[in-house]
Design a protein around this ligand. Structure first.
Ligand SMILES: C[C@@H]1N[C@@H](c2nc3ccccc3[nH]2)[C@H](O)[C@@H]1O
Length: 450
């Protein structure tokens, strides 16, 4: 490997308490809220086919019109306590809240720009209310911050001229000032979720970004920052020139989930996911497939089974309401978590061969192993392959600990867990499987000669 001044500053996972807490969350909530919720994906009767929070970039949206929307932002229905209560009931252990998206509108009264909530009819600090409400529910708060800022005069996506560079210096100072301001105002923040860091201009700021990250981490010991924040001195993002991840967890899984344990390269990671195909901010007319709670629960369990966190996005409307579709899904996920949360919280990857019926998770403290079943085989026989010197002794339904499910040995290190549900299976369910470390098997299985 080569020597880097601004590459990864740590190899391997962070082992401190704050990161252990992060690793054990399992389920998080993303909130995308801002003035883009006012048009909600439409303008003068025209439908915007892109992501609602990007409507300012649409050729049909006059920039002037968008940039004046804040003058009508007055979300009277906004109820931070209600949002936090709903997230608690869903089972979210952390929340990531947009402080400022690509449009540059600040949901907190920043003193470094007038383009903030303080200058809207609503006036009050939205971030402060959300931080207090989620803290009160015991849900850890993380702040989303977009480096891209279409409102700031010094922002550039690339630096072509000396004038660009001079302007961009002001933008860099502004960016640092806002981040320091956020951590000073909201010291209970556990981490920052950076976005919009793919511009050439920012990629060239390896030294500045590295120094800024150091300054922010000094302000809040244990602060958690993902791999999307900065590039190394050769312009490499997420992974430096030596292939080592920069930051505390991998932030590359946006609307996608790793397939195998090899895909995560031994790093912590989160998946951030939308309910429709690709809408983060409020769009009043979702087109295409809207994910069901069964699909979202499978994504959650698949993420946990591969040692990651799953963060589900909510996009409140211009009035401050959580839309009915999201309320319904939050309730359905919450009902499932009420019964099955122990297969998510504090759980991770079990190195048993993945089977078609679903996913294994294991509790990192207790070693308790779970089979989370999504696809019941017509036979009712759930195949389980165990590592050498491991013998499954007992299996029972998590919901009925007194149930005793038959385990049949069918081959060396291979078993059928025979389960015939009494009633039609409508939601994923969990079988707990207990094992003992047995000595080498008696060798009564003969390998074929071929
Ligand atoms: C977490 C998500 N990241 C932002 C985003 N902007 C993009 C531009 C191009 C490709 C992907 C993008 N994701 C989305 O607007 C949302 O905030």
């Amino acid at each position: 490997s080569i020597t880097l001044k601004h590459g990864a500053h740590r190899l391997g996972k962070r082992t401190d308490k704050q990161m252990q807490t992060w690793r054990n969350y399992g389920l998080g909530q993303f909130i995308h809220w801002g003035v883009y919720a006012i048009p909600g994906g439409h303008w003068e009767g025209k439908y915007y086919p892109g992501a609602a929070e990007w409507i300012r970039s649409w050729k049909e949206m006059p920039k002037e019109a968008y940039d004046n929307l804040y003058k009508q932002f007055n979300p009277e229905k906004f109820n931070a306590r209600g949002w936090a209560k709903q997230a608690k009931e869903m089972g979210a252990k952390y929340v990531i809240i947009t402080t400022k998206h690509h449009d540059g509108f600040c949901l907190w009264p920043s003193k470094y720009t007038d383009y903030t909530i303080a200058k809207s009819p609503y006036k009050k600090d939205i971030i402060g209310q959300l931080v207090d409400a989620y803290d009160a529910e015991g849900i850890d708060v993380y702040l989303y911050f977009s480096i891209i800022d279409w409102n700031h005069p010094g922002y550039r996506s690339s630096l072509k001229t000396e004038a660009d560079r001079k302007e961009y210096e002001d933008f860099k100072t502004f960016t640092r000032n806002q981040l320091v301001e956020l951590l000073e105002r909201y010291p209970s923040t556990k981490g920052l979720w950076f976005d919009g860091s793919w511009d050439k201009a920012w990629i060239e700021q390896a030294e500045f970004a590295d120094e800024l990250g150091r300054e922010l981490r000094e302000m809040i010991p244990g602060l958690i920052i993902g791999s999307r924040f900065r590039a190394d001195e050769n312009g490499n993002r997420h992974f430096d020139t030596n292939g080592d991840m920069m930051g505390d967890y991998e932030q590359g899984w946006e609307r996608k989930i790793p397939e195998t344990i090899e895909d995560i390269h031994g790093n912590d990671w989160d998946c951030v996911m939308t309910i429709p195909e690709n809408q983060w901010g409020y769009h009043s007319d979702w087109k295409g497939h809207v994910k069901t709670s069964n699909e979202l629960i499978e994504m959650l369990v698949k993420s946990v089974s591969l040692d990651g966190n799953f963060v589900l996005n909510f996009g409140p409307d211009g009035e401050g309401n959580i839309r009915p579709e999201e309320t319904k899904l939050a309730a359905e996920i919450g009902a499932w978590m009420d019964v099955n949360k122990e297969v998510v919280y504090g759980c991770g990857y079990l190195d048993w061969k993945k089977q078609d019926w679903g996913y294994y998770t294991v509790n990192r403290e207790t070693g308790k192993k779970y089979m989370v079943v999504f696809n019941m085989p017509v036979s009712g026989a759930l195949r389980v392959k165990v590592p050498d010197n491991t013998r499954p002794d007992k299996a029972y339904l998590l919901e009925q600990p007194e149930s005793d499910i038959t385990i049949e040995e069918i081959h060396r290190n291979e078993y059928f867990v025979h389960y015939k549900p009494m009633t039609p299976v409508k939601k994923p369910f969990v079988i707990v499987i207990e094992t003992t470390e047995s000595d080498a098997d008696e060798g009564h299985y003969q390998k074929a000669k071929t």
